[in-house]
Write a protein that binds this ligand. Structure first.
Ligand code: SPV
Ligand code: MN
Length: 653
């Protein structure tokens, strides 16, 4: 069991400041008059003590208290430019940032939970004992900001006033990290302490890029102290390792939901978007997918964008499931973003009018960014994550260096997007009626299916399988990706699973508001369905049809075909949706290939999950019951129809 405030708070011990008086004395010594005046606008003892200790530990040359004004944002952006962390591009408001070529994703091998001696953590994660972590942090972070400017930012992860928001400090010597925080999170300088009082806690993140040299990268670390909800990150720059407001704090929010949420809260790796239905109806969808599997594209395919990466959910007094986005911007993968699949994002990336931080793409000699899969004619030379680049360049291993890294990203405010919904700022969140789970699955599950009930829905999430993507350094192969949230689940998987069953099956949700739960799969290939080649059977834009169908299904507007894995769409419902939503013919023959059940593949998946979960401790029996029920049904179908069962055969029942 996770114990809060257990063991020493490392930054407090290394900083040595225990009281508000000591904190104030340090501020007087270390801050110039302007920033002293700013910090005097704060009075919460814990907040002041935490900031003072970060200063005492990191020993910066200057402390900048960021109040989130336009002037402060301009200062931070300019600091990033002066330091060389970013450079300006041809388009007004656009900058480029590079991470070292060895740090183009999350460094999971150097990411640890700080644990108390008797504490269990996820079998998928690394842990370091508190005393050892203190030694490492002392050795690496004491004085790490010598001569540098420390920016202290006060944010709220979610709208001010929302039930599931969490206040968080981002303290960093990287102006790029701070600049990114300003675009991706809500600066809450004026509301911070009020929100800390209301919510009873805050998260703290302390980061320094150190000297930002490749030789220091083996010593880079990302530490998460669950007991004190404080992160430490050093010698790295990639936002997934450094801007711990994002995944570092998401991990704490998962803990909070699982261990304190009482079946009424979740913290998910999900987009949130609204789909227009008939007669002006808007239906809100939240969906999980592993990093690099189309969450941003799916969110942008909706009519009303709220978020593309994270969702905080709760059951409210009106018996509905509400969701908010802890972020207010996107840190989106740009590979394969093009006019065809992502017209609205492309519009913002290629036209003036918004602030964009690009990372790890190619910049040509005219200061224009280029990336793989953008549908444009690529230049033959420029500068990218690897340094100077020209077509045909190979790395030290003899591999061709792509024009942009597959995890190259753009950072942009949600409000810049044409489909941005102002519901993104609503403290009451959006009423969520559809939950989706997806992964890169080339050969097994159909494009869309709806769980029979909430228990089956939780099992869809538990059973996500996905090919590895570039967001984690060194990841390869096909992996289980439970709820697409596994990299961010600090505690035991069984505890997390129980929280899922408790939440979605909760009697506190009204039956007519209980979300439908679905699987989505955009990655079926021709070769897996009787054709040849690894080309996808569908197109990116088809997602609008799948979401459109789910929108109708959530309101009971369409019937569906009952199968052991859940309900699949009828052809006659999909065909008009393809026509009206994406102006595309949808041949029956394609439908049959996409929605025939390949029983042996699904059974193999079922076995894989049953075996893998069988090895975990304390997995709720309900998971095995659901998998067993599905297996029996699938075997029965196979006995009657053979290994490939078409929708028409399924309709025969
Ligand atoms: C992801 O990889 O899931 C991201 C980017 O959203 S980050 O976690 O920040 O690396
Ligand atoms: Mn993510």
């Amino acid at each position: 069991m996770l114990k809060k405030n257990e063991g020493i708070d490392i930054v407090k011990e290394l900083g040595g400041i225990q009281t508000v008086e000591e904190a104030q004395a340090l501020f007087e010594q270390r801050l110039d008059a302007e920033h002293l005046a700013r910090i005097r606008r704060l009075s919460h003892p814990e907040v002041l003590i935490k900031i003072a200790n970060a200063i005492a530990m990191c020993d910066p040359g200057r402390v900048y208290i960021n109040t989130g004004t336009d002037a402060d944002r301009a200062f931070i952006r300019q600091l990033a430019l002066n330091k060389g962390e970013e450079a300006v591009l041809a388009m007004d408001g656009h900058t480029i940032h590079y991470d070292l070529k060895e740090e183009q994703g999350r460094i999971i091998d150097r990411t640890y939970y700080i644990a108390n001696p008797d504490e269990k953590i996820s079998s998928l994660a690394n842990k370091i004992l508190r005393d050892d972590a203190r030694t490492v942090v002392r050795e690496k972070m004491a004085g790490i900001m010598n001569g540098a400017t420390m920016v202290v930012g006060l944010y709220i992860r979610g709208p001010v006033g929302a039930a599931a928001s969490n206040p968080a400090l981002e303290i960093t010597s990287s102006a790029y990290v701070s600049h990114s925080a300003e675009i991706l999170y809500r600066n809450a300088f004026d509301d911070f302490e009020k929100e800390v009082e209301r919510l009873g806690h805050f998260y703290t993140n302390v980061h320094s890029e150190g000297l930002n040299r490749p030789e220091d990268l083996p010593n880079a670390r990302v530490f998460m102290d669950r007991s004190h909800r404080t992160t430490y990150s050093f010698n790295c720059t990639y936002a997934g390792n450094t801007l711990l407001l994002k995944k570092g704090n998401h991990r704490f929010s998962v803990d909070k939901a699982v261990y304190e949420g009482k079946g009424l809260e979740l913290a998910e790796h999900m987009f949130i978007t609204g789909i227009d239905g008939p007669d002006g109806r808007v239906t809100w969808v939240a969906g999980a997918a592993p990093s690099g599997c189309g969450k941003t594209t799916t969110a942008m395919a909706g009519n009303h964008f709220v978020g593309d990466d994270l969702a905080q959910m709760w059951i409210d007094g009106n018996k509905s499931v509400r969701s908010i986005n802890p972020e207010c911007g996107i840190f989106g993968i740009v590979e394969d973003v093009n006019r065809e699949g992502d017209p609205m994002l492309m519009d913002r990336l290629r036209n003036p009018g918004s602030e964009v931080i690009w990372s790890n793409v190619l910049i040509d000699e005219d200061g224009v960014p280029h990336w793989k899969g953008n549908g444009e004619t690529p230049p033959t030379r420029g500068r990218n994550f690897h340094g100077p680049w020209k077509k045909g360049l190979v790395d030290s291993g003899g591999k061709e260096v792509p024009i942009s890294h597959p995890n190259a990203r753009c950072t942009i405010a949600s409000s810049a997007l044409a489909n941005y919904s102002d519901m993104a700022e609503a403290a009451e969140g959006v009423e969520t009626r559809v939950i989706t789970y997806s992964g890169r699955d080339s050969d097994t599950m159909p494009p869309v299916w709806v769980a029979k009930n909430s228990a089956h829905g939780v099992v869809i999430g538990a059973c996500i399988v996905s090919a590895a993507t570039a967001t984690e350094v060194g990841a390869t192969g096909v992996k289980r990706a439970p709820w697409a949230n596994a990299p961010f689940i600090p505690g035991a998987l069984g505890d997390y699973m129980k929280a899922q069953f408790d939440f979605f099956g909760n009697a506190a949700i009204a039956e007519n508001k209980r979300p439908i739960m679905a699987g989505l799969n955009y990655f079926l290939t021709h070769e897996a369905r009787g054709g040849s080649g690894t080309k996808l059977l569908g197109e990116k834009k088809d997602v609008k049809a799948w979401l459109g169908w789910l929108e109708r299904r959530a309101h009971g507007d369409v019937e569906a075909i009952d199968t052991p894995i859940g309900f699949i769409p009828r052809y006659e419902d999909l065909k008009p949706l393809f026509e009206t939503l994406i102006d595309k013919a949808y041949p029956k023959e394609l439908y049959e290939r996409q929605f025939s059940l390949y029983i042996d593949n699904i059974l193999a998946r079922n076995d894989l999950q049953t075996t893998a979960y069988g090895k975990e401790e304390n997995i709720p029996q309900l998971l095995f019951d659901v998998l067993g029920e599905q297996r029996d049904g699938l075997i029965d179908l196979k006995n009657r129809f053979g290994p490939v069962v078409t929708p028409d055969q399924l309709l025969e029942g």
